[in-house]
Design a protein around this ligand. Structure first.
Ligand code: FES
Length: 186
């Protein structure tokens, strides 16, 4: 005997399929909203608020950044200030150094790009007996005359006969150029 594999009568309890094609669209939307209630109006208000907050915060950040750049870029002015261009921005790789004339051709400073610290500059005249110090490439400056050693982050004495730190040279930046502006005795 051949069994009917597509019985015409469905057993009781069989899920009944909804005919999606013939169901009105409005009713479909209503059912969907009833099953997944969501406060659409509130959502719209929050989104606008968030957008406004974002715009206000973004404008504030831009304003502060512009101010910071202006301060960084400004060269000090005054009778006793000498702004001497000594390097271009990005000229020195990390742990590289450069000797420069400051404030004139008779005295020199040393510019160092310290990893994690940025550019620093000191007078390169050893505070012991005025030999020229050299950057060793390891965060330390060395004076070959009597083995004086200085910390390149601070200019302080680490070893040897010097007792005073190296004078710091203040730097400024404008239009992609680094300037030495002032020597600070300590
Ligand atoms: S001159 Fe530098 S250690 Fe003496």
């Amino acid at each position: 005997m051949v069994q009917d594999v597509n019985p015409k009568e469905e057993p009781q309890g069989t899920p009944h399929l909804i005919n999606e094609v013939t169901m009105p669209r409005e009713r479909k939307d209503e059912e969907w909203r009833a099953e997944f209630p969501y406060p659409w109006d509130e959502d719209e208000v929050v989104t606008r608020r968030d957008t406004l907050r974002f715009l206000v915060a973004g404008s504030g950040a831009l304003f502060l950044a512009t101010g910071a750049l202006a301060i960084l870029g400004a060269l000090p002015k005054g009778k006793n200030v000498t702004a001497v261009p000594i390097a271009k921005v990005g000229e020195l790789a990390e742990n590289e150094s450069k000797v420069f004339n400051f404030p004139d051709q008779y005295t020199q400073g040393i510019l160092i790009n310290l990893p994690g610290h940025g550019l620093v500059a000191y007078s390169d005249v050893c505070t012991h007996l005025s030999c020229a110090v050299l950057y060793q490439g390891n965060g330390k400056m060395f004076c070959p005359c009597h083995d004086g050693l200085f910390d390149a982050r601070t200019g302080n004495v680490l070893a040897g006969p010097p007792t005073r730190p190296l004078p710091l040279i203040q730097l400024a930046q404008q239009d992609g150029v680094i300037y030495a502006v002032k020597e600070i005795e300590r």
